[in-house]
Every structure is written in structure tokens, then in C-alpha cells.
Design a protein around this ligand. Structure first.
Ligand SMILES: [Zn+2]
Length: 262
């Protein structure tokens, strides 16, 4: 346990970098969602209400929002709490990667790359109800990297993983058009290869729990009404479930299978 203080430092470092990267990814997702906005690499961030260009002190993830009490410094318009929340999630996810795979550089690299791509996919799906093919394609890189960084899950288990959730989702969607989006199905194919079939099933189970909680929240707060054919983006739940399963799915599966050994 002598490594413990260093792990804590590493996790804190990852939190800071993760929050900054999450802040940037949010700009990418949001600008892709609003037609006519400049590409993500052009133009400074502005207040949505008054157009005031944000200075460096107003761009510190999480803290700027807290310090300015969620308001624009110039016009006083409310700034959505979604910004600091997404930044905190990005920081937390990166910190958890380091916490679970401390100084295991290969696994850490795969986990961080997968996390930030899943984070971007979740944001994009939340904003636009679409998962761009390019993002799923980019997620193939950490999925292939996992073959080398997580050798305990073999190629066969990964190939089964690629179809064990995506194929049933595809069949359900063929039977009931619109049940799941094509992006969700593609995403679970790549996540299945990333995780292997056991952890993919565990991740999908977690996604159903998260998606269920999300639906209950939307109905309870009156943001959605049942029976209106209202669609909820399922991508964020799939991304969260897959990421949690990447970190702890192995232990979850072992724990679950323990109930069946006498
Ligand atoms: Zn303003």
C-alpha cells in the first residue's frame, strides 16, 4: 500500500485533465448539435445570452461556474448546470480510470481513450439523438488496443461480445422499427469487442438499470410523458454501463457467478 499516496495524486491529476478535456468535448458535441455554429476548432466560447467572449478565468472547469454562482459575469444570465456537471463527470471518469488501473500504462491508456470517446458519444446522443459513425469507428481503436492491454479476454470472447448484445438489439429493431437506433446497435458491437461477452452483458445490464432510472426521472419531473411515443436517447446509458463494466465488470461477473457455485 506504499503506492497509495501516488495513486491519489495520479487520480487528482487525471481529474483536472479530464475535466478540461470534458469541457472541450462538450463544445464539440454542442456545436455539432446547433446548425450554423462554427467548427469546434474555431471561435472562442461565448455567453449564449449576451455573446460576451469568455476569458481564461471564466473557462476553468467546474470552479468558474461555482465561483460565478452559475451566472454570466457580464449579463447575469443563468448558465446551465449541465456544463459543470459534465466537466465533473469527465474528471471523475478519468480519475476512476487511474484509480482502477494505477500505473498500468497500457490498460490506463485503453481505459482513458475508451472513456473519453464514450463520454463524447453520450453527450452527442443526448444533444442530437444521433451517434455519428465516426465516433463509433474511433472507439474501435481502444477496442483493438484492449486485445493487447487486457489479454485475459481472448479474441473469441471479444468476437462473441461484438454480437451478443448488438445482434438481439438489431433483431428487436427489425421486429419493432425505431426500438433502438442504428447508432446504439453499432456502439454495442464495438463495446462488445472492447469488453468481451461477459463484461458486455454486465455492461448492458447496468445500462438497462441506468436507462430505467433515467426514464423514471424524466417521467417523475414531467420532462417526458408516457405513451406519447416520446424517445429517450439510450446512448448515454449504454456508454455509462459499458464504461463501468470496463472498470469493474470483471469483478461484477465473478461476484454474480459466485452465487451458482456450491
Ligand atoms: Zn452573458
Amino acid at each position: 500500500m506504499e503506492l497509495y499516496p501516488f495513486v491519489l495524486w495520479g487520480a487528482a491529476y487525471c481529474f483536472a485533465l479530464g475535466a478540461c478535456l470534458a469541457s472541450f468535448l462538450q463544445v464539440v458535441a454542442q456545436r455539432a448539435a446547433v446548425p450554423g455554429s462554427p467548427p469546434f476548432y474555431k471561435g472562442r466560447s461565448r455567453c449564449d445570452s449576451c455573446g460576451h467572449t469568455l476569458g481564461a478565468a471564466e473557462l476553468v472547469p467546474v470552479f468558474s461556474w461555482l465561483f460565478l454562482r452559475g451566472r454570466c459575469r457580464r449579463c447575469g444570465a443563468r448558465v446551465s448546470a449541465a456544463y459543470p456537471l459534465a466537466e465533473a463527470c469527465g474528471g471523475l471518469g478519468a480519475a476512476l480510470c487511474f484509480w482502477v488501473f494505477p500505473f498500468q500504462w497500457g490498460r490506463l491508456a485503453v481505459a482513458l481513450a475508451a472513456f473519453f470517446l464514450l463520454f463524447l458519444i453520450a453527450l452527442q446522443d443526448a444533444y442530437t439523438m444521433q451517434i455519428p459513425d465516426l465516433y463509433s469507428l474511433l472507439l474501435c481503436l481502444p477496442a483493438l488496443g484492449a486485445l493487447w492491454a487486457f489479454p485475459e479476454t481472448g479474441l473469441a470472447a471479444r468476437l462473441v461480445g461484438a454480437v451478443c448484445v448488438s445482434l438481439p438489439l438489431l433483431l428487436v429493431t427489425l421486429a419493432m422499427p425505431g426500438a433502438f437506433g442504428g447508432g446504439d446497435i453499432q456502439l454495442m458491437a464495438v463495446c462488445g469487442f472492447l469488453l468481451g461477452w461477459r463484461q458486455c452483458l454486465a455492461g448492458f445490464f447496468l445500462a438497462l438499470l441506468i436507462g430505467g432510472a433515467q426514464a423514471v426521472f424524466l417521467l417523475a419531473t414531467g420532462r417526458a410523458k408516457a405513451g406519447q411515443g416520446a424517445h429517450m436517447p439510450f446512448g448515454p446509458a449504454l456508454c455509462a454501463g459499458s464504461f463501468l463494466s470496463l472498470l469493474w465488470g470483471g469483478r461484477l461477473v465473478t461476484w454474480y457467478l459466485g452465487f451458482f457455485q456450491f
